[in-house]
Design a protein around this ligand. Structure first.
Ligand SMILES: NC(=O)c1ccc[n+]([C@@H]2O[C@H](COP(=O)([O-])OP(=O)(O)OC[C@H]3O[C@@H](n4cnc5c(N)ncnc54)[C@H](O)[C@@H]3O)[C@@H](O)[C@H]2O)c1
Length: 332
């Protein structure tokens, strides 16, 4: 049974990893600045694992140390982050650096001093590929140059390199997950992630029975990963004892642009009043897909070597998401 501490665990990815860990009976400490959303607290109470929620800042060394001291921890997921868009980067670059980098150092230090930590899973991102995502059709961990553009992407590359370095110096075993663009259950606006997925906007429109206009066809190539697949991939990184590469793409490895219509059709079949169409030439979309240029897909053969494979692609992901928002409309 793993004993996991997740900083930023009440955020989108953290809630999904917590749910997957609790479902298999692991114990989880969520450490972060926000409380567990009420619907998540209700859902998680029914799971076999044990959950503790501790409110605190990753920049507060004393509170972090107290969180590690409260119970034995063998695995750390330092996921607290500011996912800044251009406006926040320009206005408050210090906050992005402080939380994403100094917060990581503080968390790793507390883990080192607590003792007993076996594994650290570092939250990197497809954003580390930056310019390369527009230059290469397939992005691989070993061969594709990392040329991050955004301050967020720069910090995520530093999370990998700095996290590996400090973990090595401090006797912690770190693995980095280059997480692809993610959507699905528990995604919501935390106020700290400036670009939410179009799938959340589609889910909200479906629940409200609204018509939407998505960008004109063809949409640019874009690799999405459904968050349940991401959570399963992160658990594989928690569990693996295989020596070898320490950086793993976690993405579907597929271009979802041709699947957008079939995905929206799933919502249209389930939610009366919801309809969708592509924008006509010159017409503005009501749901932004966050990208205008085609991006390469992220190869996931390394992670497949751990026995992991994405299960929810396109309409299959939407079937699951539609069922989830039907029962958890209060969380969307
Ligand atoms: N969602 C994605 O598509 C995606 C893609 C690639 C990488 N990631 C990475 O996954 C991790 C989780 O991202 P997410 O999508 O769940 O983001 P999120 O914004 O939903 O969650 C981030 C969490 O961190 C907490 N937090 C922020 N500042 C804090 C501080 N100073 N002290 C303590 N807690 C703090 C927030 O309160 C929130 O609960 C991040 O490291 C992110 O870079 C996410």
């Amino acid at each position: 049974m793993a004993k996991v501490l997740i900083t930023g665990g009440a955020g989108f990815v953290g809630l999904n990893v917590t749910e997957a860990l609790l479902a298999r009976g692991d114990s989880v400490v969520i450490y972060g600045r926000e409380p567990l959303p009420v619907p998540a607290a209700a859902a998680f109470a029914a799971l076999p694992g044990q959950l503790t929620v501790i409110l605190g800042d990753v920049l507060d060394d004393t509170a972090l140390r107290a969180a590690f001291a409260a119970q034995p921890i063998d695995t750390v997921l330092p996921f607290a982050a500011i996912t800044a868009g251009p406006a926040r980067e320009a206005e408050n670059p210090e906050l992005v650096l402080d939380v994403n980098l100094k917060g990581l150092v503080a968390t790793l230090k507390a883990a080192r001093d607590a003792g007993g930590v076996r594994r650290v899973v570092l939250p990197s991102s497809s954003a580390v590929y930056g310019e390369s995502a527009y230059a290469y059709p397939v992005l691989t961990e070993a061969e594709t140059p990392c040329v991050p553009i955004s301050l967020y992407g720069v910090t995520k590359y530093a999370v990998e390199r700095m996290g590996m370095r400090l973990s090595g110096l401090w006797g912690l075993d770190a693995i980095a997950a280059r997480i692809g663009a993610t959507f699905g259950p528990w995604e919501r606006d935390t106020g700290l992630r400036d670009t939410l997925s179009p799938h959340l906007a589609i889910a909200q429109a479906a629940l409200a029975g609204r018509a939407i206009v998505i960008p004109a066809a063809p949409l640019p190539a874009y690799d999405w990963i459904y968050v349940r697949d991401l959570a399963a991939g992160l658990l594989a990184l928690v569990d693996t004892d295989t020596p070898g590469p320490r950086v793993f793409n976690l993405a579907s490895g597929l271009d979802w642009a041709p699947l957008a219509g079939a995905c929206c059709d799933v919502m249209a079949a389930r939610f009366p009043g919801f309809s969708w169409r592509h924008a006509a030439a010159g017409e503005a979309a009501t749901v932004s897909f966050n990208e205008t240029r085609p991006r390469g897909v992220m190869a996931n053969t390394r992670a497949a070597g751990l026995g992991w494979a994405p299960r929810f692609i396109g309409p299959a992901a939407y079937e699951d998401y539609a069922a989830w928002i039907t029962t958890r409309a209060d969380a969307v």
